[in-house]
Design a protein around this ligand. Sequence first.
Ligand code: NZQ
Ligand code: ZN
Length: 387
Amino acid sequence: MLNFDYSIPTKVFFGKGKVSVLPEQIKEYGSKVLLVYGGGSIKRNGLYDDIVKGLKTNSIEFWELSGVEPNPRITTVRKGVEICRENKIDLVLAVGGGSTIDCAKVIAGAFYYEGDAWDIVKNPSKISKVLPIATVLTLAATGSEMDVFAVITDVDANEKLGTGHPDMAPRFSVLDPTYTFSVPQNQTAAGTADIMSHTFEAYFSSTKEAFLQDRMAEAILKTCINYGRKAMEEPENYEARSNLMWASSLAINGLLSFGKDKNWVVHPMEHELSAYYDITHGVGLAILTPNWMKYILDDNTVEKFAEFGVNVWDIPRDGDKYVIANTAIAKTREYFVSLGIPTKLSEVGIGEDKLEEMAKKSVRHGKIGSLKPIDHEDVLNIFKASL
Ligand code: NZQ
Ligand code: ZN
């Protein structure tokens, strides 16, 4: 295992009715709040009313930034920064999924930055200080509720970039699974695929002796496999929604990757797809993942894929390693199909024309991947195999 510094500072309030802790928690940071949310799902499922009632009853002043887009735009971040500066906001409260939370994080970081907000997306080292951030999560997927990252899009430049800072970890997050009952089937599926992909990014690492982290990763994968479909069929199944919600946070908060070599691979590829075609993040990941797995399967990686097959897909251990590995990859693909996710890029409107450009951008910082690093040519091949 490699050396690491453990820090997961976000306080989590998990369970039914936990939104009631908001006022007292917010007051630890001040009394002026920017409430950030998306296109209106929180108004339809009653969460907005619950939050606003709590803020008003406790004399917490708030301003609103609504309409955060899926694949959040830098233009929306800029609007939020303006509101924060004009009103001397003490805390940015994101109520929504990953897009809303990411938007709030970059607003909070850009608040203290004198130049344009896009600078701190392109170059995280320009982030020196961050306004306190808190979240009420409504979609189990990105893990942004408990991590230090944010992903923002500049549509005009076809750029979707990740940034991050230790202080971008939310100070606290409210995780009430009942607010995810209203998540539609397609977003439940995409969210489940995203959680699985974060887990894969940590699991398929070159570090071989992180036994504990790998068993935890397998537990998270099994949780997704067990509950993803169930949550789609029975949207108000609390057991399914709560397990997915906690899996979302644990998959990317560091727990699985501390002590392991990290170099993500499917995410940098997918971010180019959503930068150019504005597709749903989890859908892009689910399309690419089985093709990436197949592409990197060789004598050096077969052990790991066989371990994945035995421990996650319960394939009998005795047998040819390649057969186990290929069965595991096929099962992964079948699982995404069972969630109703498309299997081909062409099904989400992606053709050949931009593949070369996107492949180049995927490896803009060098080779990607830890178990088997891949270059521009490899990414292009994986894109082509995914068409
Ligand atoms: O905008 P509203 O009306 O809220 O509707 C949203 C949106 O249309 C809807 N939704 C969310 N909660 C709901 C709900 N609908 C009904 N009931 C609810 N309870 O779902 C749609 C998608 O929401 P979004 O926030 O875009 O989804 P997600 O959480 O998957 O976030 C995706 C974004 O996060 C980034 C992705 O790249 C993408 O931009 N990521 C962020 C990461 C991070 N910060 O660590 C890591 C991830 O790998 C990922 O890259
Ligand atoms: Zn993701």
